[in-house]
Design a protein around this ligand. Structure first.
Ligand SMILES: *[C@@H]1O[C@H](CO)[C@@H](O)[C@H](O)[C@H]1NC(C)=O
Ligand SMILES: *[C@@H]1O[C@H](CO)[C@@H](O)[C@H](O)[C@H]1NC(C)=O
Ligand SMILES: *[C@@H]1O[C@H](CO)[C@@H](O)[C@H](O)[C@H]1NC(C)=O
Ligand SMILES: *[C@@H]1O[C@H](CO)[C@@H](O)[C@H](O)[C@H]1NC(C)=O
Length: 439
């Protein structure tokens, strides 16, 4: 129709006066409306329902929807009520795996919806002759549903219980996975253990290394030199310490003015000495100490140590069973009570002749215990963002890059995308790294 109208257009415009053109247009529109009406009157034409939304908003002029829905004998209301009920039963039928019944129900729902929307479109009431069958068929289905003991209220309760079950399952899974994550995170990976063992062996085997360290007078001279920049690293992780030393050296203007005091434990002492003697780091001076050599560090002096020596505490932190299961594993892990983690609070005692010492914090979240994060100044400078998506520019600009917990780059569960930042400072081609499969 439209096309024909369009065809008329050009010659009409040129040849006929405006009045004639307008009446032609009017005629075309009239024809169009007539055709539409005819289409609407075809009662079961699906395409019409899909094209025009079958909502009840179309009861506008002739019908008052409120009146209709409150009327005791309105067929539209009856059909609507049946549809609502049937939808509930449909869910139950599917849930009970009665797919045949579900299919029949949904066919019936569709049938009734078509009738309702049909009436809505033509804005007249439904007649008993057109909808009687549908009302009866649906009533039969609903009766069958009741025979099957379908009960919406009971079903809602059942679904609710199910959801609660899922929620419980999820929270227990989360708890478990966080526990496993913690365990994986705490465990020293095999490769790092291997590195420690090999380096220790190397230290005892290699007299040259021992001599080199002993004969290095520079270190002894600089140890208490207050004109240098002194940093302390408390760690039992050789790889991490190496990265800290290497990146500090590579990113400083004058590495010669930097003195790094490494404090480790008995187990890693020789390995650390071996590594930092066999490698040079662009002029920075490195000195390795072990915590066991600090005679001042005794129970009468340090309350934490006293606590660690207490048998009750030891049982709580070091035995793998017993205790309150609800305590987060983190707080049951000896690592969190390790003296290496505490030492930074005793820096003046560790380095009595140094007036001022910077620390490289190993566990950032410990700040939270000691700093007031509601204070705007502290938040501005210390807010540790435990965030997996960090703007790369922010990382490039940062003075210190802190990896933590499960994201630590030496772990299997690390975040791969940040590992490159770390890899820059690791010599993976070193024979010992290769032998131990450090990656
Ligand atoms: C529909 O009927 C109700 C109750 O009879 C009335 O309050 C309402 O104003 C009517 N609505 C329209 C749009 O006529
Ligand atoms: C513990 O350390 C303090 C302070 O350094 C010292 O005075 C004391 O003698 C030490 N006690 C023991 C038992 O070593
Ligand atoms: C932390 O800082 C806020 C804001 O400065 C202050 O109101 C609050 O008292 C502080 N809390 C503690 C425990 O110091
Ligand atoms: C330190 O980093 C540099 C630069 O990436 C690297 O070439 C070197 O092997 C690293 N040294 C050690 C001992 O890891």
């Amino acid at each position: 129709m439209r096309r024909r109208g369009g065809d008329y257009r050009w010659p009409a415009r040129r040849k006929f006066p405006n009045a004639l053109w307008l009446s032609l247009c009017g005629f075309v529109i009239l024809l169009f409306v007539l055709v539409l009406r005819r289409v609407n009157h075809r009662p079961t034409s699906r395409s019409v329902y899909t094209k025009r939304s079958p909502t009840h908003e179309r009861f506008t002029d002739g019908l008052n929807i409120t009146d209709e829905m409150l009327s005791p004998d309105s067929l539209t209301r009856q059909l609507n009520d049946q549809i609502s009920l049937a939808k509930g039963f449909l869910v139950i039928a599917k849930e009970s795996n009665n797919l045949q019944f579900a299919w029949e129900l949904s066919a019936q729902i569709r049938n009734s919806q078509i009738l309702v929307s049909n009436a809505a479109l033509r804005r007249t009431l439904l007649t008993i002759s057109e909808s009687g069958t549908a009302v009866r068929d649906m009533a039969l289905m609903l009766f069958q549903a009741q025979q099957l003991h379908y009960d919406s209220a009971a079903m809602i309760m059942r679904l609710k219980a199910k959801i609660q079950g899922f929620e419980q399952q999820m929270s227990s899974t989360n708890e478990k996975s966080s526990k496993y994550g913690q365990i994986v995170a705490e465990e020293v990976p095999k490769s790092l253990f291997c590195l420690g063992v090999r380096l220790t062996g190397e230290w005892f085997r290699n007299a040259y290394l021992q001599r080199k360290l002993k004969e290095n007078r520079q270190t002894a001279l600089k140890l208490n030199d207050n004109s240098l920049y002194h940093f302390c690293v408390f760690s039992n992780n050789i790889l991490a310490t190496s990265v800290v030393v290497n990146s500090t050296s590579l990113n400083s203007k004058n590495p010669e003015e930097i003195f790094l005091h490494l404090v480790t434990d008995e187990v890693n002492y020789e390995a650390m000495k071996a590594w930092f003697t066999m490698n040079t780091f662009g002029g920075v001076t490195v000195n390795v100490q072990k915590i066991e050599d600090f005679s001042w560090l005794n129970a009468s002096y340090i309350p934490v140590l006293k606590q660690l020596q207490d048998s009750e505490t030891q049982r709580y932190y070091f035995s793998d069973s017993g205790g309150d299961n609800r305590t987060p594993i983190k707080f049951r892990n000896p690592k969190y009570l390790s003296m290496l983690n505490r030492l930074r609070f005793y820096i003046p005692e560790v380095f009595p002749s140094l007036k001022k010492v910077e620390t490289c914090m190993e566990t950032f979240h410990r700040y939270q215990k000691y700093l007031n994060y509601s204070h705007p100044l502290i938040r501005e400078h210390f807010d540790p963002a435990f965030e997996p998506f960090i703007d790369p520019h922010l990382i490039e600009k940062g003075a210190v890059l802190h990896f933590n917990g499960n994201s630590n780059p030496w772990l299997k569960i690390r975040m791969e995308k940040y590992k490159l930042l770390w890899d820059r400072y690791v010599d993976y081609s070193h024979p010992l790294m290769l032998q131990c499969n450090v990656r």
